[in-house]
Design a protein around this ligand. Structure first.
Ligand SMILES: [Zn+2]
Length: 148
């Protein structure tokens, strides 16, 4: 049984949908950043490039997997909303605190149960990833002369 006010539920739904869009965009970005997708780079035979590609590839896959995991949680929450099952703790069956849902809309457990189940994967918000984003093209030192 759902005891969430309609307004709150709509707010959460919007939140989830926005998150879903963001995550999907990020997945696309990460997959584009994967150096193995860059043909020019993959074909270059410079020493050291290969390990750099392998490293970047592994990183891209790891980040993409994390994002896909997050996307799965968001999808699950959205489908629960559709089925009217949202906001109920999967462990004890009680209603999850509204404040908690607004902060972590993808949560599946109430405050008490999540404390017990400490090892749930935390939604990591750090998108630390700083691959150089040059497009392979370097402007051939066409420095503008600064006239005064
Ligand atoms: Zn619970």
């Amino acid at each position: 049984m759902l005891n969430l006010p309609r307004k709150t539920l709509i707010r959460i739904k919007n939140l989830l949908q926005r998150q879903q869009r963001e995550v999907e965009e990020n997945i696309e970005k990460v997959e584009k950043d994967d150096p193995t997708k860059d043909i020019a780079l993959a074909e270059s035979s410079e020493p050291g490039t290969e390990s750099w590609i392998a490293e970047g590839h592994a990183k891209a896959i790891a980040i993409a997997n994390e994002l896909k995991n997050a996307a799965g949680n968001i999808k699950l929450a959205l489908s629960k909303i559709r089925q009217g099952k949202y906001g109920v703790c999967e462990k004890c069956g009680k209603n999850i605190e509204h404040q908690r849902l607004l902060i972590i809309p993808t949560t599946r457990y109430c405050m008490a149960c999540s404390k017990i189940k400490h090892k749930q994967s935390l939604p990591s918000g750090d998108g630390k990833q700083s691959l150089p984003s040059n497009n392979g093209k370097q402007n051939s030192s066409a420095n503008n002369l600064n006239h005064r």
